[in-house]
Design a protein around this ligand. Sequence first.
Ligand SMILES: *Cc1c(COP(=O)(O)O)cnc(C)c1O
Length: 220
Amino acid sequence: MTENVIAENIAAIKKDIPENVTLVGVTKHRSVEETQAVVDAGVYDLGENKVQEFLAKVDEVKGPVRWHFIGHLQRNKVKYLMGKVSLIHSVHSVPLLKTIEKESAKHGVKTNVLIQFNLAKEDSKSGFMAEEYEMVMKEVGNCPHLEVQGLMCIGPMTKKSDEIHKVFKHLKELYDTIEKEYHGENIKMQYLSMGMTDDYPIAIEEGATIVRIGRKIFNR
Ligand SMILES: *Cc1c(COP(=O)(O)O)cnc(C)c1O
């Protein structure tokens, strides 16, 4: 029953999304069985936001899953993700950047990351301010075990679509600027991760290449 609902919801979402946009199914707070149903419906990119929960699931869910870490990441938990995640979306501070670099070197892996920006300027959200991008990208230059593959943001908490457009447009502009000014050895811009259940159509209009969708997959 649940499996059917999940598969139907995913089919509906996929109709909305162009080929070149990756759907990350956000399975946080969902059981192994629900998570497995998402994989069985053909979504192999899964997003988790708690290290503990991710570790409990990673060996239980079967299939060619690419795990995305999308939540607030504490520095003391970084080591548990090494070699296990395809992409960390939520690099929100320089100390976190440095910890991921250090742990990646220690584990002999290269870690793919996105830089998270807080363009809605809401205190409840983490991420860099737009003005900090040069400083951040300079730091990335000292992190050979990281590969920056793009940017991520969470849309503003509003129903006003013009405000949502503004934030996503801004992230796309930052993305283009960084791609132009910094593309190099460990900076290979390819992903613009923005858009969730309530705002993903707007995010796609503004150039998202990854959308992160949770509720719409599981809602009845
Ligand atoms: C929970 C979460 C999502 C999914 O949100 P929905 O509204 O359930 O689609 C996407 N991104 C992040 C960072 C999240 O924490």
